[in-house]
Design a protein around this ligand. Structure first.
Ligand SMILES: C[S@@+](CC[C@H](N)C(=O)[O-])C[C@H]1O[C@@H](n2cnc3c(N)ncnc32)[C@H](O)[C@@H]1O
Length: 269
């Protein structure tokens, strides 16, 4: 039984899920049957709830705002009746978009690759920070998601810097490598079971420019790698991927608890 009332997207981060669970506990502590719960337990639970429930809002409030183009794209994505394995919660959003935009700006990346574009939020956020002549190549397999993205890019100031590549991203990577393309920054956010193969392809096909940064999304996978009874397919895939990456001598990485986890990876010099 869940006690929290949610009006927006369902929580898809470890912190958001913990906040929802704790809201339920706080509510249950109001039940007459739990009237004997000690005050220090009530206080600690209330404090734990306040800590996690307010975190995302606080982070969002203290992060630079998104552009009106990105806000409009987020709103449009929420309105689409998704199906076929896609859902509005896939959208990366304000804070992660700001994080990626910051990475593009501070690394000076000119050639950016996104694997798993969905409706284009991260692609557009990164495009906004590109220098003149820079481009984002965004890979997507789903036509409905790509149609929403293309519509948004057509009216966005930075939209013309995004090049959409349709089809299975593994094939697109081979095509890009065949054309001699190399990337300064890669955002990996497609099918989780394919993550290891995407990283292998980036390294083996020489798609990474010198000093390139690979940014991998959802590497906390809603806490499943360490705190799930029976992990989902995606939870197992991410747990395996994280362990494989940690044991891979070709790269070094750091997992940051941004949203649902973002791992920054670079080839060991
Ligand atoms: C989590 S969403 C991406 C969210 C997006 N990065 C954003 O900023 O909002 C994952 C996307 O990867 C796409 N995808 C899944 N498997 C793919 C594949 N093999 N090739 C290309 N795209 C794929 C899905 O259709 C989906 O749109």
């Amino acid at each position: 039984m869940t006690h929290a009332v949610s009006t927006g997207p369902r929580p898809v981060t470890p912190v958001g899920i913990a906040a929802e669970l704790l809201a339920g506990v706080v509510e249950r502590l109001g039940d007459p049957g739990l009237a004997d719960a000690p005050d220090d337990v009530r206080r600690d639970v209330a404090r734990a709830h306040a800590l996690v429930a307010g975190l995302d809002d606080y982070v969002a409030r203290t992060t630079s705002p998104a552009s009106s183009d990105l806000d409009a794209l987020e709103q449009r994505t929420r309105e689409v009746p998704w199906g076929g394995g896609l859902e509005q919660e896939m959208l990366s959003g304000h804070v992660e978009g700001a994080f990626l935009r910051m990475l593009v700006a501070v690394t000076g990346a000119r050639q950016v690759l996104e694997i798993g574009m969905f409706t284009g939020y991260a692609a557009l956020a990164m495009a906004e920070a590109l220098p003149a002549g820079g481009r984002v190549v965004a890979c997507e397999v789903d036509e409905q998601a790509a149609a929403v993205a293309r519509e948004a890019f057509a009216s966005a100031a930075a939209g013309e810097r995004v090049e959409v590549r349709m089809g299975d991203a593994q094939q697109t990577l081979r095509d890009l490598a065949g054309a001699g393309d190399r990337f300064d920054l890669v955002f990996l956010d497609a099918d989780k079971a394919g993550y290891a193969a995407y990283v292998d392809a980036l390294l083996d096909l020489d798609l990474l420019a010198d000093g390139a940064l690979v940014c991998v999304d959802n590497t906390l996978m809603q806490g499943e790698p360490w705190a799930a009874g029976a992990p989902s397919t995606n939870g197992r895939a991410i747990a395996d991927f994280n362990e494989r990456l940690a044991a891979d001598p070709r790269v070094e990485q750091v997992l940051l608890p941004v949203r649902d986890g973002v791992t920054l990876v670079r080839r060991v010099p």
